[in-house]
Design a protein. Structure first.
Length: 62
């Protein structure tokens, strides 16, 4: 009998820890893009639109 619980499917890592790791990965990726001068994708909650933010600070909405 091979029953798998939630922790088995994530190699013993909790949802909270997985969320933290994901957020840190995104943060690191954005820092790398800034250093390379590439645009960073984001989402404007007020306008409810996705955008690309360029190194000079201007945004282009999708």
């Amino acid at each position: 009998m091979n029953e798998e619980n939630e922790l088995d499917s994530t190699c013993g890592v909790s949802d909270k820890e997985m969320t933290y790791r994901f957020q840190q990965g995104v943060k690191i990726e954005n820092e790398i893009k800034q250093l390379k001068g590439l645009p960073i994708a984001g989402y404007d909650l007020e306008k409810k639109k996705a955008y690309l933010e360029y190194p000079d600070g201007h945004r282009e909405y999708a």
